[in-house]
Structures are given as structure tokens and as C-alpha cells.
Write a protein that binds this ligand. Sequence first.
Ligand SMILES: C[S@@+](CC[C@H](N)C(=O)[O-])C[C@H]1O[C@@H](n2cnc3c(N)ncnc32)[C@H](O)[C@@H]1O
Length: 275
Amino acid sequence: MNNDLKRILNYLNEQRSFDFSGYRTSMVERRIKQRFLSIKCASDNDYLNYLHENPDELDNLIDVLTINVSRFFRDTLMFEYFADRILPAVIHQKKEADDRTLRIWSSGCAMGEEPYSIAILVKEFFKKDALDININLFATDIDDKILKKAQKVAFPFESIKNVKYRLLKKYFVCKGKLFHLIPEIRNLVSFSAYDLLDKKSYAPPESIFGSFDMVLCRNVLIYFDTEYQDRIFDKLYRSLAKKGYLVLGEAEIPSMKFQGRFRQVNECCHIYQKI
Ligand SMILES: C[S@@+](CC[C@H](N)C(=O)[O-])C[C@H]1O[C@@H](n2cnc3c(N)ncnc32)[C@H](O)[C@@H]1O
């Protein structure tokens, strides 16, 4: 990474406490260039000067670097497998252990599409098998702005394209061009800001302790270099309960260092069980 880019990232870290130094250099270079060209800066150095003179531009820079793209039931096969196999297996284990709390963490949740998809499936499951179980669904992201949007629960058509019609009718209300999620689902998810690179804790403080039955970290690790991926895997591993499940994105697998600590439960989906 060139010195100007490093200075841009340092400035962003000093001003807003966002540390992007562990992100893949090629991604950071591409995204910053795209941003500075759009405001007619000629170079990284020009852009750095622009940032000093226009601190509000830091918000736009954070927006291009965080990449909040998501949608409900992104990777439909994974969600089907979760509903058909993983959730019943976890609930069975809970019954055996006389444990009445289901704990799930969606880390890097963007606008909530992922945790809300899980909440819908959990709700559907408990309709079939009414058990006395507390559902703790935590959703975190580094980006405060996106978390505020997540709590407004209003989604464009593009976000809900993978939702089955039956579920769409049941859990969303269409107002104008937006699909609003009903409070029954909204209230199942607790949102908070949390940086996966945070060194002080291995789980979001709001969750009090880790011990999650399942952690989703999808389409986040692809942005980090290997050293930082290892740091995140270490955190995810520690935050999981014994035999807990880790769900990754379609293009992600456990880093070399962690391959012996997880077993893939099915070759079609990136769901791994802690060994
Ligand atoms: C592409 S979205 C993935 C959303 C969802 N998990 C999915 O797969 O559809 C990546 C999210 O990771 C978040 N993110 C990036 N770096 C992070 C970090 N260090 N800690 C927590 N979240 C981070 C971004 O803000 C963004 O919302």
C-alpha cells in the first residue's frame, strides 16, 4: 500500500476510529480511487488534502469501504439447510441438555437482512414445534449508520427478491415501494455496533458472554488479508459454544490455521461445526 493511502487510512482511524488497515490492499485502493475520481480529485494525495478540508467526506469514504450489500435469504441453499437440518439439530441438543436458550450472532449484519432472515426461520420453526425456548438473536456491524437503517425495517424490492411469497405475505407489509418487516420479527433481533477486530472482547459486550449456538460471518472475511482473517477466526471460534455452528459466505472457508478446528457439515453449504 502506498504512503498516501496509509495516511488516508490513518486519518480515518484517528477521526472516526475505523481501522481499515487489515483490509485487502487491492480492495482499499480500488474503492478509494473510485471515491476520489467521483469528486474530481487527481490522486490519493489530493484526496487526503480534500479530506482535511472537508471532514464530512469521511462519511462517504466509510460508505465505500464498508460495502453493505446484502439481501434476505442471500444464498438460499444455506438458509434451507439451516431450517431443515441445523435448527432442528440444535434444538434437539438443547432439549437433551435441558438448556432453554437459543443464542445466535450475525456479525457483519449490514442492514439486518441476514439476522431477520434467521429470525423468520426461527419463528416458522417454533410455530411447528412450540417449545419454551428463549431466542437471543444478536446482530452487529462496525457501521453505526447501517445499524440505524436496519432498525427502520424498510427494504426495497431488490432486498426481498429471494423471500418466498408465503413468507413475504406473512412477515412484510408493502407501503409504496418499500417492504416493512412486522414488529414480531423486528423485536427478535438486538442490534449493536461491534468491530470484529476489537481486541478487548471475543463477543459483542451486549451478548454478555459468547457461547453462541451459531455465528454467521458471511461476506465479511473476503475483505481482509490473511493475518486479520486469522484474528477474526480466533474470535469466532472462541465465541462459539461446544459443537456450535459457524456460517460463512459462499466464497469463504476457514483460514489454514483454523481448518482443523471446524468440520464442514455439508459440501453444498459453507456451514462448519466447531470440533
Ligand atoms: C457485504 S456485507 C455482508 C452482509 C451479510 N453478512 C451478508 O452476507 O449478506 C459486509 C458487512 O461487514 C461489515 N464490516 C466490515 N468490516 C467490519 C468489521 N471490522 N467488523 C464488523 N463488521 C464489519 C460492513 O459494514 C458490512 O455491513
